[in-house]
Design a protein around this ligand. Structure first.
Ligand code: HEC
Length: 165
């Protein structure tokens, strides 16, 4: 006959195992939210965030912007990340996030992220759900401008200094 104390101890440990694994498993969507915050992604991908910051409600964020960035590449518009994640499966979205697109999107930051971190961002975007309209399509150099963009062109200094260093 098995000793009752040992049986009880084993039953207790087995009973607690599922709880322990839940506690050890971090919520990927919460991690994605954190990564987007420390990555400064809202500054470009949330309209008005660079100017107003945290007052913009979470459900209104990451919907892309019609305020473009103009430079030698033409004009790029920060994508609506809510729609982007909603319209793609996880693998497809990771591929889109790791490609080399137009400036000033910090593509190398996404390429440097671990697969788990990028997938956590995807899951957070999916959890937020789709919202807003697609950002305007990028324009090639010299195309007519339908909206006023930020201009990314080095300006001559207005003090006596002439070096960029
Ligand atoms: C300085 C502005 C800026 C910042 C900051 C920025 N982005 Fe972007 N992002 C853009 C622009 C502009 C595009 C569109 C580029 C293009 O058309 O090739 C873009 C495109 C993307 C795309 C491609 C979406 C698709 O469906 O093709 C992803 C994903 C993305 N950004 C994620 C992020 C994440 C995550 C962060 C924070 C770590 C971030 N971005 C920070 C400007 C920015």
């Amino acid at each position: 006959m098995p000793r009752p104390t040992a049986t009880a101890a084993i039953a207790l440990v087995l009973g607690l195992l599922p709880l322990a694994s839940i506690a050890a498993e971090p919520d990927p969507a919460a991690r994605g939210r954190y990564l987007l915050a420390i990555g400064g992604c809202n500054d470009c991908h949330t309209p008005g965030f660079a100017q107003q910051g945290e007052v913009i409600p979470e459900q209104d964020r990451l919907t892309g912007a019609a305020l473009g960035f103009s430079g030698p590449w033409g004009v790029s518009y920060p994508s609506n990340l809510r729609l982007s994640a909603h319209q793609a499966g996880e693998e497809e979205w990771l591929g889109k996030a790791r490609r080399n697109g137009l400036p000033p999107m910090p593509w190398t930051a996404l390429q440097a992220m671990s697969r788990d971190d990028l997938a956590a961002i995807y899951r957070y975007l999916r959890a937020l759900g789709p919202a807003g309209n697609p950002a305007p399509a990028a324009l090639g150099p010299g195309q007519a401008l339908p909206t006023p963009p930020f201009v990314f062109v080095p300006q001559p200094p207005t003090s006596g200094k002439t070096s960029l260093r």
